[in-house]
Design a protein. Structure first.
Length: 167
């Protein structure tokens, strides 16, 4: 009988380990918009000032209400710098696009991130698409040549909407 008891205790131990692994919380992962692990601390990264002219749309006005922003950007496949916004933007009724233009700021609803496009490598964006927020007026060259940076985003409105002060 001691052999059966040892075998039974071994199976119980294996089941306990498997159950503990299944019930334990997942390992912490950095957020999707975190800079690479080998990048310098935020206070040591270059800061780029992005000035934009925002579209006169409900989504762009929601974005403008968050400005000025200081965002840690990462490079999205060699064509855009991307950062998660502090709050989501309601895109109800907004036109969604899948072919982004250079020097344009877009909002990607599934992740709550903006993308500032500095290059066109011929890739289209998957469904549901992005919401155009406005165009970059200055800072695009600095953004393009910096691998990982902190951006200060400021903007004014396009069309007849009241202008926002530039800090």
């Amino acid at each position: 009988m001691p052999v059966a008891t040892t075998h039974h205790n071994g199976i119980t131990a294996i089941l306990a380990v498997l159950l503990a692994a299944l019930l334990s919380p997942p390992a912490e992962r950095p957020p999707a918009d975190s800079p690479p692990a080998d990048s310098p601390p935020a206070d040591k990264r270059p800061e780029v000032r992005i000035e934009a002219l925002l579209d006169n749309s409900p989504s762009a006005r929601q974005f403008a209400a968050m400005l000025p922003l200081r965002l840690t950007l990462r490079d999205g496949m060699g064509q855009a710098k991307i950062a998660r916004l502090p709050a989501p933007i309601d895109v109800t009724g907004a036109t969604l696009v899948t072919d982004p233009e250079i020097a344009t700021i877009y909002y990607w609803p599934p992740s709550g991130s903006i993308g500032i496009y500095y290059d066109d490598i011929g890739q289209s964006v998957p469904a549901p698409g992005m919401v155009r927020l406005g165009t970059v007026e200055s800072g695009l060259d600095d953004l393009r040549t910096t691998s990982c940076c902190v951006a200060r985003v400021i903007a004014t409105y396009r069309s007849t909407a009241p202008s926002m002060p530039v800090p």
